[in-house]
Design a protein around this ligand. Structure first.
Ligand code: ASP
Length: 332
C-alpha cells in the first residue's frame, strides 16, 4: 500500500515536472550555472581579499556563539582601520576635493538599521552607523550631522587622508578625469553577512566609495536595500562595485526577495546581475565599463555570488576554515 502510495506520489510529481517543462520552465538546478554552495552555521562571508582578515575577526565572535551583529561590526572594522586598504575607512581615497568621505550601514536580525553617509574624520563609520541604529530615533545621518552625532558619542576626530592618498589625489588633479575602473582598486567595499550559532542573520557594509567622486556623492553602501539587506526569515545579501548601478535595481533587497521566492542564493545573485545587464543594454551603456558583485547567504547557510565581470572574489569562514572564492561572472 505504502509502495503504491509512493508510486502515485512519484508519478504525480513527474507529471508536474513534465507539465512544467512543456511550458519551458526548468528546474532551478537546470537553470543555475552554478549551484549554491552548502554551508552550515555559524558562517560569515565578505567581499574581496580583505574579507579574509575581516572574517578572522568576525569568526572570533561567531565561534564563541556570539551574535552575528557583533561579528559583522568587528569584522569590517579591520579594513576600516587599515591605512593600506585604500577603499575603506582610514586611508581611503578622497573625493575630488581631497576629502575622505565614508559611507556605511548595518542591519540586524530584527530589521534594526543604521547608516551614515559622507561622514568625514571618523575612522570607524560602521560603529557610528550602529550608534545611529541603537541610539537615535532615525536610521540615517549624513555629512556634518553624522559627524556631530559621532563626536557627541565620543568618537575621536581624526585625519583620514594619508600621505599616500593625498599624493594620488594631487596626481589625479592634473587630469581630473573621473573614471571608476572595474576591478582596478580605485574603489571597493567590504560587505559582510553572517549567520550565527542561534540562526540569526546580520550584515554590515562600509566604504570610502568611488575615488575622486563629486563631493557629497553617495553610493549604494550606506543605503539599506541597495548595498546591504537582511531578512532574518530568508537571508542576507551585500554588494560591491558601481554603486549607481546597484541603487538602480535596489540590488540587495532584490537578491533577498528572489531568495524569498525560492531561488537559491546563487540564482538570486545571477538574476540581480542579469537585471543590471539588461538595463545597461537598454540604456545603451557599455557593460564592460561596469562591475557589480553580489554575495548572498540564506537562512540554511547556503551561499552564492555572481558579478558582471571576472575578478571579483569573496571570503568565507565556517568551521572548515577561511578561504577566498572567485565569483562566477557574466561577461565571458
Ligand atoms: N559600491 C561602492 C560605491 O559605489 C564602491 C565599490 O564597492 O567598489 O561607493
Amino acid at each position: 500500500m505504502s509502495n503504491r502510495r509512493n508510486f502515485i506520489k512519484t508519478a504525480a510529481a513527474a507529471s508536474v515536472a513534465v507539465a512544467l517543462n512543456s511550458f519551458g520552465v526548468k528546474s532551478e538546478e537546470e537553470i543555475n550555472t552554478v549551484v549554491s554552495k552548502k554551508g552550515k552555521k555559524p558562517i560569515v562571508l565578505s567581499t574581496w581579499n580583505f574579507g579574509i582578515q575581516a572574517n578572522e575577526a568576525a569568526w572570533e565572535i561567531l565561534k564563541n556563539k556570539g551574535r552575528a551583529l557583533d561579528a559583522v561590526e568587528a569584522g569590517v572594522k579591520i579594513p576600516e582601520g587599515d591605512p593600506t586598504e585604500r577603499s575603506v575607512g582610514y586611508g581611503g581615497r578622497p573625493d575630488r576635493d581631497g576629502r575622505v568621505t565614508l559611507d556605511s550601514c548595518i542591519m540586524d536580525e530584527q530589521a534594526n538599521i543604521g547608516s551614515v553617509g559622507c561622514l568625514e574624520n571618523i575612522k570607524h563609520p560602521i560603529s557610528v552607523a550602529r550608534a545611529v541604529m541603537e541610539k537615535t530615533p532615525h536610521v540615517m545621518l549624513v555629512g556634518d550631522g553624522a559627524l556631530q552625532f559621532a563626536l557627541s558619542q565620543g568618537f575621536k576626530r581624526e585625519n583620514l587622508l594619508t600621505e599616500e592618498s593625498e599624493k594620488e589625489w594631487k596626481e589625479w588633479l592634473k587630469d581630473s578625469k573621473y573614471k571608476p575602473i572595474a576591478n582596478i582598486e580605485n574603489h571597493d567595499t567590504i560587505g559582510m553577512i553572517a549567520l550565527d550559532a542561534d540562526g540569526n542573520l546580520s550584515g554590515a557594509c562600509t566604504t570610502s566609495g568611488m575615488a575622486f567622486k563629486m563631493h557629497g556623492r553617495l553610493g549604494d553602501s550606506p543605503i539599506i536595500g541597495a548595498g546591504l539587506f537582511v531578512d532574518n526569515e530568508i537571508g542576507a545579501a551585500t554588494a560591491t562595485g558601481h554603486g549607481e548601478e546597484v541603487i538602480r535595481i535596489s540590488g540587495c533587497h532584490l537578491v533577498v526577495e528572489l531568495m524569498r521566492q525560492g531561488k537559491s542564493p546563487q540564482k538570486a545573485c545571477e538574476e540581480a546581475v542579469a537585471r543590471i545587464v539588461k538595463l545597461t543594454k537598454n540604456r545603451n551603456k557599455e557593460l564592460k565599463d561596469i562591475q557589480v558583485g553580489f554575495i548572498a547567504l540564506n537562512k540554511k547557510g547556503e551561499y552564492g555570488s555572481y558579478c558582471i565581470q571576472g575578478g571579483f572574489n569573496y571570503a568565507i569562514h565556517d568551521d572548515t576554515g577561511n578561504r577566498l572564492i572567485d565569483a562566477e561572472f557574466f561577461l565571458k
